[in-house]
Write a protein that binds this ligand. Structure first.
Ligand code: ADP
Length: 478
């Protein structure tokens, strides 16, 4: 079945199409997804511009009703959308259904936020004047999304963009166009005016590039890799557009000697390997106090041995395949680099054969690593984690912060004092105590520091910062 782009309220056939392949079973083609031409992206931009004025002037109730309708349909169809997501991305059915649910909740949340767009009224320092500070839409927003959260990331960008009165053009990752297409179909049928929401699928270098460079796009919100994010920043900010970037992580999980060992193993296993380690919040550096090092590595290795790596949609699977051949090659390359750097591969790291032909990789754990090794500096984005032994808490904190990234960090400890100190001193946008670094709520801000993020936060009430612009009005009292 073919899937067209949504431009100016119409389904428009692309210049060509690519098959969407199931990473659990490469013989399974989910469908063909069109690629928009640069001219079609221009049509989408023109349609969004034409719709922007009227859309910005709709009532908050109109927008709230539309977003609520989208959220209701997503939630009603979460099992089916979860199945599609697991089939195209490779996370397990439970993980994928959870993600679809989250997307529905995000639309519901922002339906409510439409009714709570904040403003302020202040007195002037001059007599007889009132000051009113309001938030207005930014205009037309380009959204560029990655493959690892095929429905949640599009949702957490689209919902606030639309809620605050902006028009949207989204370019999803080619590997997972199915979930974005399904979401576009739901939005289209909900009854948004033509041009308010547009879907243009295709290559980053054609479709993405056009969104980034076209002067009619007022803002770009991007989630993806560091090099792509940096090049987008240079181009979009260079022409004066508003930019928000969420990029990689090299997230530390500190395990202290006083940790509850079951908690430490559960938190590390989930954070490092669930969703095949393909989360920007994944715990890739496990920083462990020497006193419990052997016990922790032994227990985590045991827990890893029990994982079932298989078809994402098969009952009993706990870890699905890697998303595609090129990501698998990257994971294997880093597993090789780690060994050449002198790290000890404790378990995993080999390709696995299953009943169906897919990109199966045994989750890999390195031990005896140093923080200056490439496997601990560069984002691998797969089921690969390293143990870095440290003497004490002070060294653990300093190793945790010694990275160019700053998305999320975690600590497992029973010491209130050390947990509080870590929370205050971790140089990351998010910090977890006795919880995995990955796995966040949908109603609170998400984002990082240092090289992980740029611009204001996504999600929760904090999304208002990016998707609106402030106006200060001075009014003479009559
Ligand atoms: P990943 O492949 O890990 O998701 P990328 O940064 O390569 O990370 O891709 C993230 C998103 O950015 C995808 O939708 C991709 O198509 C898009 N993209 C890639 N290159 C460009 C580019 N030069 N300009 C705009 N978007 C791009």
């Amino acid at each position: 079945m073919s899937h067209a782009n949504l431009i100016a309220g119409e389904w428009v056939k692309g210049q060509d199409a690519v098959p969407n392949i199931n990473p659990s079973d490469t013989a399974d083609v989910i469908g063909d997804y069109d690629r928009a031409s640069a001219a079609q992206v221009e049509d989408a931009i023109a349609a969004a511009r034409a719709a922007a004025h009227a859309w910005a002037r709709t009532t908050v109730q109109q927008r709230a009703d539309l977003l609520d309708k989208v959220g209701t349909e997503i939630l009603a169809r979460r099992a089916e959308l979860g199945d599609l997501l697991a089939r195209e991305e490779g996370k397990t059915l439970a993980e994928a259904t959870g993600e679809a649910t989250r997307a529905g909740m995000i639309f519901k949340f922002f339906a409510g936020e439409c009714l709570r767009i904040p403003g302020e009224r202040l007195g002037s320092v001059r007599p007889g004047i009132d000051i009113e500070i309001t938030r207005e839409p930014v205009g037309v927003i380009g959204l560029i999304t990655p493959w690892n959260f095929p429905i949640a990331i599009p949702a957490w960008k689209m919902a606030p963009a639309l809620a605050y009165g902006n028009c949207v053009i989204i370019k999803p990752a080619e590997l997972v166009s199915g979930s974005a297409w399904a979401l576009a179909d739901i939005i289209h049928r909900a009854g948004f005016p033509a041009g308010v929401f547009n879907l243009v699928m295709g290559r980053g270098s054609v479709v993405g590039e056009k969104l980034v460079t076209d002067p009619r796009i007022d803002a770009i919100s991007f989630t993806g890799s560091v090099p792509t994010g940096q090049s987008i920043l240079a181009k979009a900010a260079g022409r004066g557009a508003k930019v928000q970037l969420e990029m990689g992580g090299k997230n530390p999980l500190v395990v202290l000697a006083d940790a509850d060992m079951d908690t430490a193993v559960r938190v590390a296993l989930d954070g490092a390997f669930f969703q095949t380690g393909q989360r920007c919040t994944a715990s890739s550096r496990l920083i462990v106090e020497e006193a419990v090092h052997d016990k922790f590595v032994g227990a985590l290795t045991e827990a890893m041995r029990k994982q079932v790596v298989d078809d994402a949609r098969k009952p009993g699977t706990t870890i699905g395949p890697v998303v595609d051949q090129s990501q698998l090659d990257q994971d294997l390359r880093y597993i090789d680099i780690g060994q050449k750097e002198g790290a000890r591969l404790v378990i995993g790291g080999e390709r696995l054969n299953r009943e169906k032909s897919g990109f199966y990789l045994a989750p890999a754990l390195f031990d005896a690593t140093r923080n200056d090794m490439r496997i601990n500096r560069e984002e691998i984005f797969g089921p690969v984690a390293s143990v870095i032994p440290v003497r004490d808490y002070d060294e653990a904190l300093s190793v945790a912060n010694d990275t160019t990234f700053g998305l999320c960090s975690g600590i497992v400890t029973t010491s209130l004092k050390k947990a509080a100190h870590f929370r205050r001193n971790a140089e990351t946008g998010m910090v977890m105590v006795n919880l995995p670094t990955a796995g966040v709520d949908y109603h609170v801000p998400f984002g990082g520091r240092k090289g992980s993020s740029y611009g204001s936060r996504e999600q929760g009430r904090y999304a208002v910062e990016f998707y609106t612009q402030v106006k200060t009005a001075y009014v003479m009292q009559s």
